[in-house]
Design a binder for this molecule. Structure first.
Ligand code: GDP
Ligand code: MG
Length: 303
């Protein structure tokens, strides 16, 4: 007797915007779902300056995760204005959105991000991140009740992006929120950005991590050379600062700091690109660009 084979669930694919105030762990969460560092992470707010796509492919479907610079209340400088425009624009045309917050805290900036999302009308999943930092787990339930009260979330996931705990349920839910579709990218693609761009970001990650509060937000990175030489990548990076006086901060005593930045970035590149990297790093001065939108565009910070 013929039996009808069980129908395979159709493949699903779509786009998810990831929003939230700076430093809640949006980039960490995207990297955890993608399984590679496509978006740089640092302990400092506003590490993510560009909109980028993390591509996470599973047997059941594919999620295009839009990382955004965090939405926040202060828009004093041109850089901040641009980042906010990019964040709001990220919601257009997506299948669903993730609002990421930190366990135990709901701030005015979280409310601002929620508002930006709600006006878009897309289904919104709440991620309560950094639960690993919560010592009193019993306090989590009343917090969840409080933040979801009178707000419209299609589901809520407390998790730890850093420890990669609690991600499976979130991925399942997101796959249900995207339509049936062929894969939108090849299954070995992890981002829409070039390797050259990612190389620059890995240098910037080291700058932000190693310089802490000493580094002005205006510092940026340009990749001057990105060449394949046999099996090896030859990369040259320039760290641009605003003033001559900032150069010693980046370079450090006897060049030690820039050397450490370069080594850290090279290790990240070798991991991400899966090949040997020869990286040269320089520090140069370009005055007063962070307040000037035209100059920002020249550096690729447009939205
Ligand atoms: P974004 O600005 O929202 O993209 O935040 P990042 O992904 O850059 O993360 C900001 C900081 O929070 C970094 O120091 C991360 O290591 C840290 N972080 C992110 N997720 C978690 C988490 O689940 N637990 C803890 N303890 N720290 C986290
Ligand atoms: Mg980020």
């Amino acid at each position: 007797m013929n039996t009808v084979p069980p129908t395979e669930a159709a493949f699903r694919a779509g786009t998810i915007a990831v929003l939230g105030r700076p430093n809640v762990g949006k980039s960490t969460l995207i990297n955890a779902m993608v399984g590679a560092k496509v978006s740089i992470v640092s302990p400092r707010p506003q590490t993510t300056r560009h909109r980028l796509l993390g591509i996470a492919t599973f047997p059941e479907g594919q999620l295009l995760l839009v990382d955004t610079p965090g939405i926040h209340g202060q828009q004093k400088r041109a850089m901040n204005r641009m980042m906010n425009r990019a964040a709001r624009g990220a919601v257009e045309g997506v299948d669903a959105a993730l609002l990421v917050i930190e366990a135990g805290r709901w701030t005015d900036d979280d409310a601002l991000a929620y508002q930006a999302l709600k006006t878009s009308g897309v289904p919104c999943v709440l991620v309560i991140n950094k639960v690993d930092k919560v010592t009193d787990k019993a306090a989590l339930l009343p917090f969840i009740a409080e933040v979801t009260k009178e707000r419209d979330f299609s589901s809520v996931y407390p998790l730890s992006a850093l420890k990669k705990r609690g991600l499976d349920g979130l991925v399942k839910t997101l796959l249900k929120l995207v339509p049936e579709s062929e894969p939108l990218y090849a299954d070995d693609e992890i981002t829409d950005r070039s390797e050259r761009f990612l190389a620059g970001e890995l240098v910037r990650e080291q700058l932000m991590t190693r310089l802490g509060d000493e580094l002005p937000y205006s510092a940026t990175v340009e990749i001057e050379k990105f060449e394949l030489d046999g099996e090896m990548l030859r990369i040259a990076a320039v760290v641009w600062v605003e003033r001559e006086g900032q150069k010693p901060i980046v370079i450090g005593k006897g060049g030690e700091r820039l050397k450490a930045i370069s080594t850290g970035a090279r290790i990240g590149m070798e991991k991400l690109f899966d090949r040997k990297v020869f990286l040269e790093t320089w520090c140069r001065v370009r005055e007063g660009w962070s307040d000037d939108e035209a100059a920002l565009r020249r550096f690729g910070y447009s939205d």
